[in-house]
Structures are given as structure tokens and as C-alpha cells.
Ligand binder design. Structure first.
Ligand SMILES: O=C1O[C@H](COP(=O)(O)O)[C@@H](O)[C@H](O)[C@H]1O
Length: 233
């Protein structure tokens, strides 16, 4: 049974401030407990206002490592790159931002390379913050031939390569993504989504659990930690 708590906001600005406050608290707690923090942030259009609010927090950024939850297989200076957006905000603050993508056109090889990079990190992540696409993908776990590997890869595997069955119009490229096991290993999981349609889809995915046809439902079905879901229309 997925334990999900919904947090609703009047608008995007209110959501950004609240999520930034929560993420800062998680980072601060990790720094107090372990002297370092490892967090995974999503790409897409939802995070930038949250990043801007989070960047104003006084944290020991040099002890914080940030990885993307997933990456589009494009050059790091391509506007589609997830890590580029993260790096632009947090590298100037002193954070370590670790790219997991490559320009390798073979997404399976790129997945292996991403996994090797992540194996060097102090695991588990203190936070995996997930976004959700209109088609129900989360991180870059998409419907298609690579879905099973992303969902059922061995526990030790942290990233795989994925070719979405239907390429999303806003970023029609192959990806690398954290596996379900890597996502669920996090000390905390939070989801940030906007829009009524996504809310309905996510509510249904959570209700359907392991039987959900959507990747996000299949990922969350095995979560043992409570999930915070931040939403605005
Ligand atoms: O392609 C992606 O999309 C999802 C959702 O993005 P949004 O624009 O609806 O916020 C995102 O979570 C993922 O990291 C990204 O690669």
C-alpha cells in the first residue's frame, strides 16, 4: 500500500517556496547527520522555479552532491540536457553536480556508463525528487522495450539506458535513468507535479499500485517510505 501525502498550493510560486524549504531541510539534516548530502533532482519544466528558491538557502553547498534522476542523451550544452539546468544554478554555489549522460548513441552502453559513474557515490541518496510526465513516465522510466529492465534490474544496478516507445514531443531522444531499485533506495522520495490531468493520472496510478499501466504507478508500488506529493493546478 503506497503511503502518499498530497500537499496543495495556490500557485507555482507558493509550490516552489514550499518544495525548496522541504529539500533544504532534507539536505541540512543529511549534512548534520553525515557531513555530506546526496540528492537526485529531475529535469523538465517543473523544477526551475524550485531550483531558484532553493539556491537562496544558506547551506554548506560544497558538501552537497546533486545528480539528475535521468538524462536525455544529448550534448551537455544542449538545451534539452537535464544536468545543464541543475549545473547552471548549483555549481556557482559550490555544489558538486555529477552528469550521468553521454553522447553515446547506444542507449544501453550509455546506461552502463551512467551506472558506473553512480557506483562511485556514497549511496543511498538522501532524497530522490521525481517529476512525472503526462504519459505517466517518471525519471526516464517510460513504457517500451526497456521498461522491464528499468523496473526489475538487480538491486545493485543504479542506472539503465532507455528508448521510450513513444518519444515525448518536448524531448524526443533516448535517455538514461535511475532504476526503480535506485529510486526506492532513497532515504526520502518526493514528487512535484502541476496540472489537473497529471493529478488525476497520479491518483489513479497510486490506486492501481502494482497493476498500474503507468511507470510511475509501478515504481511507487514498491515504496516502503511515505511519499510527499507537491501539487498545484
Ligand atoms: O523528460 C522529462 O520529463 C519529466 C517531467 O517533466 P515536466 O516538464 O512535466 O516537469 C521529468 O521529470 C524528467 O526528469 C525529464 O527528463
Amino acid at each position: 500500500m503506497i503511503e502518499a501525502e498530497w500537499w496543495e498550493y495556490d500557485d507555482e510560486a507558493e509550490l516552489a517556496e514550499a518544495v525548496a524549504g522541504d529539500v533544504a531541510f532534507i539536505i541540512e539534516s543529511a549534512l548534520d547527520a553525515r557531513g555530506q548530502a546526496l540528492v537526485a533532482f529531475p529535469g523538465g519544466s517543473t523544477p526551475p522555479p524550485v531550483f531558484a528558491a532553493l539556491a537562496k538557502k544558506k547551506l554548506k553547498w560544497k558538501n552537497v552532491t546533486i545528480i539528475p534522476t535521468d538524462e536525455r542523451l544529448v550534448a551537455v550544452n544542449d538545451p534539452l540536457s537535464n544536468v545543464a539546468v541543475i549545473a547552471k544554478t548549483f555549481i556557482p554555489l559550490g555544489a558538486r553536480v555529477l552528469p550521468i549522460g553521454s553522447e553515446n548513441k547506444d542507449h544501453r552502453m550509455a546506461g552502463k556508463a551512467a551506472d558506473a559513474r553512480l557506483q562511485d557515490l556514497h549511496w543511498p541518496p538522501d532524497l530522490v525528487w521525481l517529476g512525472v510526465g503526462a504519459d505517466g513516465h517518471t525519471a526516464s522510466i517510460f513504457p517500451g522495450a526497456d521498461l522491464d529492465e528499468a523496473l526489475n534490474a538487480p538491486k545493485a544496478r543504479r542506472a539503465v539506458g532507455v528508448m521510450p516507445e513513444v518519444l515525448p514531443a518536448e524531448a524526443p531522444v533516448a535517455r538514461v535513468t535511475l532504476t526503480r531499485a535506485a529510486i526506492l533506495s532513497a532515504r526520502a522520495i518526493t514528487i512535484v507535479v502541476r496540472g489537473k490531468d497529471k493529478r488525476e493520472m497520479l491518483e489513479k496510478a497510486i490506486k492501481d499500485g502494482p497493476l498500474s499501466p503507468t511507470p510511475v504507478g509501478r515504481v511507487l508500488a514498491d515504496a516502503e517510505q511515505p511519499i510527499d506529493i507537491h501539487w498545484c493546478a
